[in-house]
Design a protein around this ligand. Sequence first.
Ligand code: FES
Ligand code: FE2
Length: 351
Amino acid sequence: MTLPLLRNCWYVAAWDHEILGDTLLERTILGQSLVLYRKQDGQPVAMNNKCPHRHAPLSMGRKEGDALRCMYHGLRFAPDGRCTEIPGQANIPPGTCVRTYPVAQRHRWVWIWMGDPALADPAEIPDTPAQTDPGWRMKPGYKNFAADYLLISDNLLDFSHLSYIHERTLGGSPNIAEARPEVRRMERGIRVTRKVPDTVPAPYHQRLGKFAGRVDRWFHYDYVLPGILLMDAGVKDAGKADDDLEGALLFNSTQALTPETEHSTHYFFMQAHNFALDDATITESIYQSLCTAFEEDRLMIEAQARLIRSTPAEPMLPINADAALQQFRWLVQKFWKAERQDEPAAQRLSA
Ligand code: FES
Ligand SMILES: [Fe+2]
């Protein structure tokens, strides 16, 4: 089965700090090798990494002001991709250029549009304010998974796995898997609310909070195309009114999946806290808990991907917990088919 890879949508290409100063960042997205850097005014630039001359990587080149020079034979390119200099040659053949892509920075993420540039509207970029809001603290995270993005989406759309994969980290009890989430379809995503009343605090909550006994937990998130999770979650003493947040721990998490290839995925993540704002050890502890947990996910999902590849035709057994992931996969297929109806344009764009 072909993996549906949407092009007409915004993907996270990088954390802002990955392209500081003179850095030329090589990153493959949707199978395309790109080079990312910043102009002198701070605006990010993304272009195909392959120099049109002899196909050397521009990411091994040099920034010169806002331009990028290939350091093999010296062709120079403006940030709009136009070739502006060929050493030893006065005439630059018309149309000599590399393809560039619409990019925009919002909060700490640099986003890229891999499809038809005429359709790119930065107003559609999902908002991730806790990344920069002074009322929150977080540490940025990144992992690379050797699995396709839909298998990781499946994981993020079904938190019943916290009870098992993350038993000793984010989970702590089978109660999470037993709680039935509310799942609602939106135009471009899925809204999931999972309340876990009267349960034990997760191991990492016990490190962070002062819970005398049992707790109520909640997860409320939107998971939107092409694979962006926007979540508010929390934990407080069991049995208190919903609006009584005395002693509660609140988290805001933003996570983004960007296909690197059909079999590998960039995973950008952060989980912000709005308590103990001046205690960097808390920020670090939450970050480390997340990294440990996402390693647990990675091991399982990569092993799952290998097994699926060995016998791809075998059907899976649907269960109730699959509701959100099935609906998201349905949405991806719907948008993918809509993109492919414009086949000539799609061919042009993948050229
Ligand atoms: S390969 Fe880039 S200038 Fe020759
Ligand atoms: Fe997980």
